[in-house]
Design a protein around this ligand. Structure first.
Ligand code: UDP
Ligand code: GLC
Ligand code: MN
Length: 352
């Protein structure tokens, strides 16, 4: 068996949905190498069993958290302190070489050639191209490197509060020393389109090997219709609609049937939308019946998604959350509101 492995991380059942789709995307692309996933205690037993079906190694690790609220605020992603947990990947010393992939990445074409690269190879980050993006990187497991990076972290922290700031400071010569360590952008293409992005996205679309849903919008957070099996991309992701749909196609073909309502996500609200949301997003998705007529479960699931998107600051201004729709809802609610006692009295005195 190959001594190389693709490695990802998940700390809860929701990111595990990403890890499952990612694993199937790697298999579809015909990789010859092993798959490993780092999980923390936040991943349910039931989800770990599903991960074991596709990953050769499911390694439990403890959470490492930068607890750096100030720098995470600059990134506007308070939840990413725990991405320090990624550092455990250097402890997978049973492998000779690995490629780390965020669980919000999707492999579109075989890229086994990445294992020919040396540590630390990565693609430029779109926001600051003299830094690499840490959603995809080639590394060599080593307990010595793990100790050195954690020691460095204790001393210097991370400028973005997450692993990317830390790793860019630790591997500081990446920007200017060895061009072979600069992966072509096609190995880590950000789905979100920034200024000047669209023409190039269109031009090089077929060359993309790994797509990365970096940022708050994740494919598992977009609206999905279980009857037609279609996902609707938020308006600023329109250029990537087919790729978001591909994520959902893999989900429907390979992942959906393996989910159970025993899966959960810490922190997901358990409002009574119609079924048990204690089970979290993975649990909710397990209850959808694909290709069948819309059910109350589908409506309830959509309500949960909309709420999660709102709470994560993802508001689809031009689509479902448009001013028009919100105004319609407010009007309906006001019109259906029972009249107050004074209004009722006014009505009576008016009619007498
Ligand atoms: N991650 C996780 N749980 C979390 C947040 C992040 O397991 O609550 C892991 C997961 O592998 C994820 C990676 O850390 O892909 C980096 O986070 P994310 O992809 O959300 O960061 P972004 O790429 O959007 O900056
Ligand atoms: C980034 C990377 C992600 C990393 C996060 C925190 O934008 O895409 O992999 O975990 O920032 O540093
Ligand atoms: Mn990511």
């Amino acid at each position: 068996m190959s001594n190389f492995a693709w490695v990802t991380l998940t700390t809860n059942d929701t990111y595990s949905l990403g890890a499952l789709v990612l694993a199937h995307s790697l298999k579809r692309a015909g990789t010859a190498h092993q798959l490993a996933v780092l999980v923390t205690p936040g991943v349910s037993e039931s989800m770990r069993n599903k991960l074991k079906d596709v990953y050769n190694v499911v390694q439990e690790v403890n959470v490492l958290d930068s607890q750096d609220a100030a720098n995470l605020a600059l990134l506007a992603r308070p939840e990413l302190g725990i991405t320090f947990t990624k550092l455990h990947c250097w402890r997978l010393v049973q492998f000779e070489k690995c490629v780390f992939l965020d669980s919000d990445t999707l492999v579109l074409q075989n890229c086994d050639e990445l294992f020919e690269r040396e540590e630390l190879s990565a693609a430029p980050d779109v926001s600051w191209p003299d830094c690499f993006n840490s959603g995809v990187f080639v590394f060599k497991p080593s307990l010595d490197t793990f100790a050195k990076i954690t020691e460095f972290a204790l001393k210097h922290g991370s400028f973005d509060g997450g692993d990317q700031g830390l790793l860019n400071s630790y591997f500081a010569d990446w920007a200017h020393t060895d061009i072979n360590k600069h992966l072509p952008f096609i190995y880590n293409v950000t789905a979100f389109a920034s200024y000047c992005y669209l023409p190039a996205f269109k031009q090089f679309r077929d060359k993309i090997k790994i797509l990365h849903f970096a940022g708050k919008m994740k494919p598992w957070l977009v609206q999905f219709n279980s009857e037609s099996r279609t996902a609707s991309a938020p308006s600023d992701y329109a250029h990537a609609t087919d790729l978001i749909q591909l994520w959902w196609n893999i989900f429907c073909d390979n992942v959906h049937k393996t989910l159970t309502d025993k899966m959960h996500t810490k922190g997901v609200s358990s409002d009574n939308f119609g079924f048990n949301f204690e089970a979290g997003l993975a649990g909710a998705l397990s209850q959808l019946r694909l290709g069948e007529q819309r059910t109350p479960e589908q409506d309830a699931y959509e309500a949960l998604m909309r709420r999660q998107c709102w709470e994560a600051g993802q508001i689809d201004y031009a689509g479902k959350d448009s001013f028009e729709n919100i105004w319609k809802k407010i009007t309906e609610t006001l019109e259906s509101k029972p009249k107050t006692e004074t209004e009722q009295q006014d009505d009576k005195s008016g009619s007498s």
